[in-house]
Design a protein around this ligand. Structure first.
Ligand code: KG4
Ligand code: ZN
Length: 346
């Protein structure tokens, strides 16, 4: 049984084919970095137009690499939420058309569920986590902690999210302030590896509770640059290392604290920022110190891809869930938030 997964929620046009065991047969990602780079951020209208241009070649290549044809697919999964409205519509409309014309079941996927389940894709050097686990999703659009009791959206509960910027957004804005390229996360990460994280004592943002806030660290950096200007190479490395330390420290500490409060032993860190070397190292250190088991996907499965969407779609399909061709897209997630009184409603 083969499932096709299609992803177009932001600035990556992606498609992948996986089998029933979650083995990845193909995984094609077309990045629009060169399109958005000159603007220093994703331009929604350009993203949608580029998805239109790339979606057929990307899906075609995913099928060819997997050595399969549409006729042989069991179902078609596609990201329907959350994301940029115009970008989502391109993938969803393409998937609808394919499903209708080839008589295939259609499965809508919440992008965040895809990120949280990317850890189950095979092959992988490490065994997958058992349910329930605590998920920390850190990407360009989202930063939140989830209690994941099973692979369906109805089994995943948000425990706390960022009140302002997502962690990846904070990295990208920091890089922009420092005159580094877009997206800035990987560049800050590279520079941080050579810098001194104690060169600047940046106050750790919002250490209490399960919510996050990154606007304070960003303002600290903006004030620093306004006062002292952009430093030389070595100074830049130190600033990147100090900034990264502040962001990573709060993410890692809250992850471990929430795991203990929720009584969860297995931790999954996912989303684009999970590719960050500093975050990978610090969460591993703290998890080991507290007897917790940390699972992090390889970097290529942390950033947006079609395989994670195919996997989340496969889980819905196995549970007997498919969607009508009339399924709509939404800029918001379907995942409920846990309230003090109990589990929140959708
Ligand atoms: O998950 P993703 O590909 O797209 C969203 O759904 O947002 O995440 C992209 C984000 C960007 O903000 C990018 O700067 C950040 O992930 N990112 C990183 C690293 N690699 C990607 N941030 C810090 N360090 C990295 N190595
Ligand atoms: Zn994403």
């Amino acid at each position: 049984m083969l499932i096709l997964g299609i992803e177009s929620s932001c600035d990556e046009t992606a498609a992948a084919v996986i089998d029933r065991e979650g083995q990845v047969r193909s995984d094609v990602v077309h990045s629009q970095i060169t399109v958005h780079g000159p603007y220093g951020g994703v331009v929604p209208e350009l993203a949608a137009r580029n998805h239109v241009k790339n979606i057929i070649p990307v899906v075609d290549q995913a099928l060819r690499t997997a050595g399969t044809k549409v006729e042989e697919l069991e179902a078609i999964a596609v990201t329907v939420q959350p994301g940029l409205a115009g970008a989502l519509i391109v993938g969803a409309q393409f998937a609808r058309t394919l499903a209708w014309s080839r008589h295939k079941p259609l499965i809508g996927v919440d992008h965040l569920v895809g990120h949280l389940l990317a850890i189950f894709l095979r092959p992988s050097p490490a065994p997958p986590p058992p349910f329930p686990f605590l998920g920390l999703l850190v990407s360009g659009g989202h930063t939140a902690l989830y209690r994941v009791e099973g692979p369906l959206a109805s089994q995943i509960y948000e425990l706390g999210a960022t009140r302002d910027d997502a962690a990846g957004e904070a990295f990208d804005k920091a890089a922009k302030l420092l005159g580094l390229g877009y997206p800035g996360g990987p560049e800050v990460d590279r520079r941080a590896a050579h810098g001194n994280p104690r060169a600047h004592e940046i106050p750790l943002p919002m250490m209490e509770g399960q919510e996050f806030s990154f606007s304070g660290v960003k303002s600290w950096l903006a004030r620093h640059v306004a006062r002292s200007g952009i430093p030389d190479e070595a100074g830049l490395d130190d600033l990147c290392a100090s900034f990264q330390r502040a962001v990573v420290e709060v993410l890692a500490r809250k992850l471990v604290r929430t795991a203990r409060a929720e009584g969860l032993r297995h931790l999954v860190v996912c989303g684009g920022v999970a590719a960050n070397q500093g975050l990978r190292r610090r969460t591993a250190e703290l998890a080991a110190r507290h007897g917790l088991v940390l699972h992090v996907p390889p970097p290529s499965r942390c950033t947006d891809n079609g395989a994670m969407i195919a996997y989340a779609g496969l889980q819905r399909f196995l549970a007997g869930e498919t969607d009508p061709l009339s399924i709509s897209t939404s800029t918001r997630t379907s995942l409920p938030r846990v309230t003090r009184k109990g589990r929140g409603s959708r």
